[in-house]
Design a protein. Structure first.
Length: 141
């Protein structure tokens, strides 16, 4: 019900860490995994709730934790956290130019697996449309 959703959103907004991320519980250090998951939820709810500030902070947190290999997660990057972060930021309408580094690193096995993951994910979504900032990838509106 709407009250439960509103309470959950309030809890998440209230417990966003000052660095823009979330941990596994209130007061826990932020991590890429949880921040990407919450960002994906907020992307789905942004039409109903004013979440522009927490979304912007979460995107900045993720971008500030991009590894030198272009991916995300414990260094070296993990495929799962890289895919979660990338897809969450695509849904948040964040400028994706900073993520170009991920696709420039063709020697990285993360690139090959992520490229496949994103291709399959994007092609499984109905009603795709392309955006010029999305590094030639499409996403659903």
């Amino acid at each position: 019900n709407q009250t439960t959703i509103s309470n959950a959103v309030l809890y998440l907004v209230t417990n966003q860490n000052t660095d823009g991320g979330w941990g596994f519980y209130a007061g826990d250090d932020s991590n890429v995994y949880m921040t990407a998951l919450v960002l994906q939820v907020f992307d789905e709810l942004k039409a109903t709730y004013n979440l522009s500030y927490p979304i912007s902070n979460a995107v900045q947190y993720l971008l500030s934790h991009q590894n030198s290999d272009g991916g995300f997660g414990s260094s070296p990057s993990t495929v799962y956290e890289t895919a979660l972060s990338f897809l969450a930021m695509m849904g948040s309408d964040a400028p994706l130019a900073p993520l170009k580094r991920l696709f420039d690193n063709t020697k990285n096995s993360t690139f090959v697996i992520l490229n496949t993951f994103v291709f399959l994910s994007v092609n499984s979504v109905k009603n795709l449309s392309c955006q010029s900032e999305s590094i030639a990838f499409c996403h659903s509106e």
